[in-house]
Ligand binder design. Sequence first.
Ligand code: GNR
Ligand code: NI
Length: 170
Amino acid sequence: MPVLTVLHYPDPKLRKIAAPVEAIDNTVNKLTADMLETMYQAKGIGLAATQVNVQQRVVVMDLSETRDQPLVLINPIIIHQDGFEEMQEGCLSVPGFYETVRRAEKISCRYLTLEGESIEIEADGLLAVCIQHEIDHLDGKLFIDYLSPLKRELIRKKIRKQDREEQKVL
Ligand code: GNR
Ligand code: NI
């Protein structure tokens, strides 16, 4: 099974807005399997389809220590949110940078499973942060958008440099 390429900031494809999944068919099944494999290999706790250049509202996550509790969220939406919390975030599309972001502390999220079942979950802590981070990706948004323009510009330059260096090696 191929592992997908994760786009890096400032790739403009990360700014596209993903469309809702209309039918949970074999292509969605295959996509989530490939996304999970990609996420596990990259040692991430979440991955949005936007990051692998697929503009569909699909998210995979695994917050377990044992890395054996995969979650697939199709067409996720936040239906309630409450409070504020700051947490340090990273992103596979912004490799090597960790910054504090303020988000809702508690959320309720509704989504479809791969089986087409509609689920509603309440989340706080890291799960709540991760869900908000991934839904942002589906809307073309990155955690660095919450930082100052100066900080974002610094990160942009450093990532471009990192990626240029990597290209030389490959
Ligand atoms: O692996 C990831 N870790 C993480 C840590 C804090 C807040 C959010 C995240 S998500 C990130 C993987 C990723 O880029 N998902 O889009
Ligand atoms: Ni991310």
